[in-house]
Design a protein around this ligand. Structure first.
Ligand SMILES: *Cc1c(COP(=O)(O)O)cnc(C)c1O
Length: 454
């Protein structure tokens, strides 16, 4: 297809997400037309290393033959049928696989085995919130109407998910539309406002959380968090034992814990699920991004039997979970997810990450010495590089300078594709990335930080 035509139509017809369209309309967009392994090809034929997994969804590379084959086979049977009043083969098989996997990986509490399907991370969170609310209501507990979430948290862009979001730039505008929630401080130790009077950021944040719980626990439905790494908030890696502490507080005050592992799930942090790092089993887990290797939109909200059982009753008791989507349990998406999970088993993807995680650590250490690198945060194969104007005072560059953007734009010249979070350079490559390509990714990032900040 003609490039100039495509650009014209893009500008005429597409409203891009999270994008100031005035700026977009002034620039020439990159248009991708092909992918292979960890690379993306644009319409000019230039290849880029996909440093952020096509927005955190790709795990095993683009055009994985196993997933391509599974989809072709499924297309020859059926593309879509419904889970409303019927079931379908692939969604049953996937549910069994996910239930088994979650019970095996997170064995420290009630096993997570009840799979509710939807098609994106935000919706998985909405479902978790509605289930949590109704779980109490179905037991006759009526005064619970508030969630606790964390500052710098991100759970998606639908209204419920925004209600528990804590990123001021994204969420402040919509405040008049939102549901009730209380924000607790995030254990963002590099910029922790609390730890002045405490021995550590972790203790300060947990103590603040307990204060909120003591005062409000009767109206709290659940605590919702992105366990271990708050990704969209700036790759905020929690201090050790914060999640464990949170689980203890939820138990003490009889509050549900919702783990939004939409970004951290499926191996990114060096374990299949981030909660494994601290031996925590949440009451509800949300999974999406990596679930189909970026092939098709799919998400699941998974609960334990205790929560599920609270929804059982006679019709007139109205304990039914009144929720569903047109594409719930889409057979094609489920087929991609099954093939994706089979690759994890066959290739031992997560078990084999340790060398790459160490290499990433080593390369990040070099970068941490640069003048304008304030902090480096890494968990497994996720990393964030916080760029600052002044390393000593942690002063940031002015927002309108767009330093992060300049760095990632410069990386394009060297064939590396990235997307920053403000002035935090995000590194989240497909887990299959080779050591050679991982080194190249980090070398280019280092070069571009130097180029833009000095
Ligand atoms: C991306 C993300 C979401 C939202 O998922 P979408 O599929 O973009 O709606 C929710 N929670 C977390 C932690 C995410 O990273």
């Amino acid at each position: 297809m003609n490039k100039l035509k495509l650009i014209e139509w893009d500008k005429k017809y597409i409203w891009h997400p999270f994008t100031q369209m005035k700026l977009w309309l002034e620039e020439e967009p990159t248009i991708f037309i092909e992918g292979k392994d960890c690379f993306l090809k644009d319409i000019d034929g230039k290849w880029y290393l996909d440093g952020v997994s096509s927005l955190w969804v790709n795990i095993h590379g683009h055009r994985r033959p196993e997933i391509d084959e599974a989809l072709k086979a499924q297309i020859d049977k059926i593309a879509h049928s419904t889970l409303l009043g019927a079931s379908n083969e692939t969604s049953i098989i996937l549910a069994k696989k996910l239930g088994d996997l979650l019970s095996k990986k997170l064995p420290w509490g009630e096993p997570l085995t009840k799979i509710f399907y939807s098609d994106n991370g935000s919706t998985a969170v909405e479902i978790a919130m509605k289930i949590a609310y109704q779980f109490w209501l179905n037991q006759g507990i009526k005064d619970k109407d508030t969630f606790i979430s964390l500052k710098e948290g991100y759970h998606g862009d639908t209204i419920g998910a925004v209600s528990v979001g804590g990123i001021e730039l994204f969420h402040q505008i919509y405040k008049p539309l939102l549901n009730k929630s209380i924000q607790a401080p995030a254990p963002y130790c590099y910029r922790c406002e609390l730890n002045l009077n405490y021995p550590s950021c972790r203790l300060a944040c947990l103590s603040e959380m307990e204060k909120i719980l003591t005062q409000n626990h009767e109206r709290i439905i659940a605590v919702i968090v992105e366990p271990i790494v708050q990704c969209a908030g700036g790759i905020i890696v929690w201090p050790q034992d914060y999640l464990k502490g949170l689980r203890k507080l939820c138990n003490k005050y009889n509050i549900l814990l919702i783990a939004d592992e939409v970004a951290t799930g499926f191996g990114r942090t060096g374990k299949m699920f981030a909660c494994e790092h601290e031996k925590v089993t949440p009451d509800i887990i949300c999974l999406s991004k990596g679930i189909t290797n970026g092939y098709l939109p799919l998400a699941v909200t998974v609960t334990n039997e205790k929560i599920f059982n609270a929804f059982l009753g006679e019709l007139e008791e109205r304990k039914t979970f009144y929720h569903g989507h047109s594409y719930t349990g889409n057979p094609l998406a489920c087929a991609a997810a099954i093939a994706n999970l089979e690759i994890f088993e066959k290739d031992k993807t997560v078990e084999k990450l340790s060398k790459k995680i160490e290499l990433l650590r080593k390369k990040l250490k070099e970068i941490s010495k640069l003048n304008h690198v304030g902090e480096i945060r890494q968990k497994g194969m996720i990393a964030g590089i916080e760029i600052v104007k002044d390393k000593l005072t942690k002063e940031t560059f002015p927002y309108k300078e767009q330093t992060g953007w300049k760095i990632v734009k410069s990386a394009r010249k060297y064939g590396v594709w990235l997307r920053p979070l403000g002035d935090i350079i995000v590194i989240m490559p497909p887990l299959v990335i080779s050591e050679k390509n991982l080194e190249r990714l980090l070398d280019v990032i280092k070069l571009c930080i130097i180029e833009i900040t000095s």
